[in-house]
Design a protein around this ligand. Sequence first.
Ligand code: TZP
Ligand code: MG
Length: 212
Amino acid sequence: MRFQRDWLTLYIVTGAPENCRLGLLDTVDAAVAGGATLVQYRAAHEKKGAAYVEALALRQLLAKRGVPFLVNDHVDLALAVDADGAHIGQRDLPPAAARRLLGGGKILGLSVNNTAQLAAADAAGDLALLDYIGCGPVFPTLTKRDTFPVVGLQRLAEFVRRAAPLPVVAIGGITAENAADVRSTGVAGIAVVSAVCAAADPAAACRKLLPA
Ligand code: TZP
Ligand code: MG
């Protein structure tokens, strides 16, 4: 599938089971009904076999709905379920290795916290291998504990300028209340976990997060 920038508009990252009130599949299905434009599976399991079963179920659901599907961190899992691609972090396989495994036809995103990491990725030739960058945490979040420092809106806007023409999706502490401010930095989209997965009505939560 050829990457499209507008897939980043409302990017849902799946939460841990205790953070998915309706369960994983129903949460994602409701999110898609509410307008989610892409789903990333972030495995909560230590054991890859259990993660594979969940990822495969999501792959099948999202193929039916026509919504792109990425797997977080694990390129092998992304390939095993024929996801549309993978999203990797600074502590995962290097982008060149991930791209080699995925091949040219899959989507690859990389988490980058700051302009120093962006410059390092540029110097390594990694930016040319990516379809988009994830930048965060924009605001404090309880969902992921091992994050880099909070970015804030001002630095996010600067980051977006420097990353261009690569599109940036912002993540971390994004809610319906601050989504418009985040979008005003020039990001291609916003990524959320708890604002949708922990909602009693994920479809309604998505509608509130979409651009006006
Ligand atoms: N990466 C940076 S912050 C974060 C991830 C996966 C968690 C975002 O979760 P929430 O609940 O949307 O703040
Ligand atoms: Mg990661």
